[in-house]
Design a protein around this ligand. Structure first.
Ligand code: CP
Length: 335
């Protein structure tokens, strides 16, 4: 019989998870490396668990003992505002002992390899490592050599699973479902881990995903992933229930993918006029950080249909759900 990482019952967290029955809620893997490793039932489990976690965030005392005695290390080798902050808040709300290490203040700057850095951190017996890295596949590599549970907080151009989960949660809050929705994702598709995780999640949950950008920024194999690629914003946005903008990632571009920012905004920037082609109850999303006047007009970013700050707020609850479910998985001892 397996046990869960709960010190004592908490009515908000310990109420039955829909579909969970008598068994403790669980994910099949003890790591979260990407959406690619999750099936529809696991995605639903995380989203349903997030509802309970969000309730905790609305209390006067926003803290439960769920991860008391557990140590979580946040290891960020790339800048982050939203992801790192929300993981830290999520860990504190679950009573974990937590510390954050930024690459600039670690011994990586003195020539230590990533593997050596992580092995040294592991020598201090953390339970979970939340990591962001510029190289795709780094969390997967570490999951093969670490005892700790690894949570991918964004790896290169590969995946950003908790971003896609918080996006899905936000969509579900507004639309009540994911299946059957038209979701238009517009921007720098080529360099985006957010695109990849969102397409995988939304397709798994039955949404109709359109991906729009300049031909130079559309990755090969997008159709195989399940999205409908197009260079026409009008086609992508027409009747869309959700419009999601992606940042132009200048820092990942080696060469000239767009002639100029002004031309990009003229052809692909999300303006109020373009939003009017979407469903009358459209919501507009952006994972951040956003470049106003490049991929999104300020009038859109600040419009009533923009849910960008709701996404950020939901990020805390989604990350609490992920930490909670993986802690339970960790204790049950599976791979
Ligand atoms: N959406 C996102 O990953 O933002 P940060 O880079 O600020 O974490």
């Amino acid at each position: 019989m397996t046990t869960r990482a709960i010190d004592r019952p908490d009515p908000a967290v310990d109420k039955p998870i829909p579909g969970g029955g008598e068994e403790p809620p669980r994910l099949r893997s003890r790591h979260l490396l990407g959406i690619a490793g999750l099936d529809a039932a696991e995605i639903s489990l995380i989203l349903d668990t997030t509802v309970a976690m969000k309730e905790i965030g609305g209390r006067a005392i926003k803290k439960v003992p769920t991860l008391r005695g557990r140590t979580v290390v946040n290891l960020f080798f790339e800048p982050s505002t939203r992801t790192r902050t929300s993981f830290e808040i999520a860990e504190k709300r679950l009573s974990a002992d937590t510390l954050s290490i930024a690459a600039a203040t670690s011994s990586v700057t003195k020539g230590e390899t990533l593997v050596d850095t992580v092995r040294n951190i592991e020598a201090m017996s953390p339970d979970m490592i939340v990591m962001r890295h510029a190289s795709s596949g780094t969390p997967d590599l570490l999951s093969r050599i670490c005892r700790s549970t690894i949570i991918n907080a964004g790896d290169g151009m590969h995946e950003h699973p908790t971003q896609a989960l918080l996006d899905a949660f936000t969509i579900r809050e507004h639309k009540g479902r994911l299946a059957g929705l038209k979701v238009a994702i517009v921007g720098d598709l080529l360099h985006s881990r957010v695109l990849r995780s969102n397409v995988l999640l939304l397709k798994t949950m039955g949404a109709d995903v359109w991906a729009c950008g300049p031909a130079t920024l559309i990755p090969a194999g997008l159709e195989r992933l399940g999205a409908r690629p197009t260079t026409s914003v009008d086609e992508a946005v027409e009747g869309a229930d959700v419009v999601m903008l992606l940042r132009i990632q200048n820092e990942r571009m080696q060469g000239h993918f767009i002639p100029s920012v002004r031309e990009y905004f003229a052809l692909f920037g999300m303006t109020p006029e373009r939003v009017r082609r979407a469903h009358p109850e459209v919501i507009v999303m952006h994972p951040g950080p956003m470049n106003r006047g490049v991929e999104i007009d300020s009038a859109v970013a600040d419009a009533p249909y923009s849910v960008i700050l709701e996404q950020v707020a939901n990020g805390v609850a989604v990350r609490m759900a992920v930490l909670y479910l993986l802690a339970g998985r960790e204790e049950s001892g599976g791979e």
